[in-house]
Design a protein around this ligand. Structure first.
Ligand SMILES: [Zn+2]
Length: 436
């Protein structure tokens, strides 16, 4: 039997650039995992239909946020090393601790991350890490949607490289389309500066063989770009182009340091950029050329990156930063307007990871949406609710979250995870890491 939810008297974000109004007031009907109807008047066929009802009069509904770059289990290292230079931070703080991570640690850290993400309105996230079976298990249990990949650093023997590649391939095969289709997989060599060219080429070949997307870190710092030129005589974009990376559907994280020519190459191959504004600011990596990327029709989405370099996973923060910093650097207050920032954080992210039916509140789309409590002092008066979401709201204002038609957060509480247990296990895992 069809499971039906009817939302009455709601206000719904309409994010298509050609939408007549940014907010539609009326009804939304969800049937099983999809939006069946959205409009001002409820069609008569639904008036007598069996359904659950949700009163939307104090809520604003928008598509769930899509976090397109991160390392979930790094929540365990939140606040463990701050205010440091990227390479020093990685080599002295992050990598030694991460080397100690067990399956249990990754499970505990990922559960903490997913709990934080769901409660702050993220319905889909991308994760590039190790011990990925644990990450996938958390996704399966919590109800979140995810695109997952085993990230591989190639600064090791060829034998260990091959082992990592095998792991990445096995994981990608095992979990693609798992959890009722909520999990998809990709392949991800970590970055050009951590992976020798031959290793990257093996990933490209595997992505062809398995018909998977590729994702990697690229041009996060100026030093890394210079190193690429010293080592290979090429900047990272041309380097990856030459290795065949862009012959696959692919996107890169960061892309802070780009020339005009590099932007053209990304546009030519339809390679998207996951912008990570908080992480880039915190590590002083620089500010990505988002307005230029958008002008060149490069798809731009947003990621939080790991919680150790952010230090939260609240996509509302990232949306606001994206809308603010590009005005600041360009001197143009019309740069990245609110609706554009919301598109970048939702539908652009879904497109980035090939989820064509996620990211908009429209009939036929997947029912991945969130409801924000707008009956609060910082969200009144109700002049422009899309603007409020970008400039005034935080993830803590999220009341309800639905993924694939199922409610996962109700009145601010996650109903698919044991919140107390998740918090306890994560704290214990961190204490354990300190002792080992
Ligand atoms: Zn990253």
């Amino acid at each position: 039997m069809t499971k039906r939810l009817i939302i009455r008297n709601g206000r719904f974000a309409q994010l298509r650039p050609d939408a007549a109004k940014s907010t539609l007031q009326g009804y939304m009907v969800v049937e099983d995992d999809r939006i069946a109807f959205i409009g001002e008047e409820l069609p008569s066929e639904y008036e007598t239909a069996e359904a659950e009802y949700l009163d939307g009069s104090r809520l604003f509904f928008m598509p769930g946020l899509v976090n397109t770059h991160g390392h979930a289990a790094m929540t365990l290292l939140r606040g463990y090393g701050d205010d440091m230079v990227l390479q020093q931070w990685l080599q002295e703080k992050m990598w030694p601790m991460e080397a100690k991570f067990t399956d249990q640690d990754v499970y505990a850290g990922t559960a903490l991350a997913v709990l934080e993400m769901l409660k702050t309105g993220t319905t889909t996230f991308v994760d590039m890490y190790d011990h990925m079976n644990e990450v996938a298990t958390v996704c399966e249990q919590s109800g979140i949607r995810a695109s997952l990949m085993r990230g591989a650093i190639g600064l090791c023997s060829e034998e260990v490289q091959q082992q990592k590649l095998n792991e990445a391939v096995l994981f990608a095969k095992d979990w693609n389309h798992a959890a009722d289709g909520r999990i998809t997989t990709m392949l991800a060599p970590h970055a050009p500066y951590t992976c020798p060219p031959a290793f990257i080429e093996k990933f490209v070949q595997a992505a062809h063989d398995l018909d998977l997307m590729l994702h990697t870190h690229m041009s996060e710092t100026a030093a890394e770009v210079e190193q690429n030129v010293t080592d290979y005589g090429l900047r990272p974009v041309t380097h990856l182009e030459k290795l065949g990376f862009f012959s696959r559907p692919s996107y890169v994280a960061h892309a802070v340091h780009l020339t005009d020519e590099e932007i053209e190459v990304l546009a030519k191959y339809n390679v998207g950029v996951s912008h990570n504004p908080a992480s880039n600011l915190k590590l002083a990596s620089g500010i990505a050329r988002v307005t230029d990327l958008l002008k060149a029709n490069v798809n731009v989405s947003i990621g939080t990156d790991g919680a150790a370099s952010n230090n939260n996973l609240d996509m509302f923060d990232e949306m606001r930063l994206t809308a603010l910093i590009h005005k600041g650097v360009s001197g143009d207050p019309t740069a990245v307007p609110a609706a554009e920032a919301m598109r970048i954080a939702t539908v652009n992210g879904a497109k980035m990871i090939q989820l064509q039916d996620v990211g908009l509140l429209e009939a036929g789309m997947k029912a991945d949406f969130i409801a924000i409590n707008i009956d609060q002092p910082h969200l009144l008066p109700h002049t422009d609710l899309v603007s409020h979401m970008v400039y005034a709201a935080t993830g803590r204002d999220v009341a309800h979250v639905f993924v694939d038609g199922k409610q996962v957060v109700k009145d601010g509480h996650c109903i698919t995870m044991d919140e107390e247990r998740v918090r306890y296990d994560a704290s214990q895992a961190f204490e354990g890491l300190l002792k080992r």
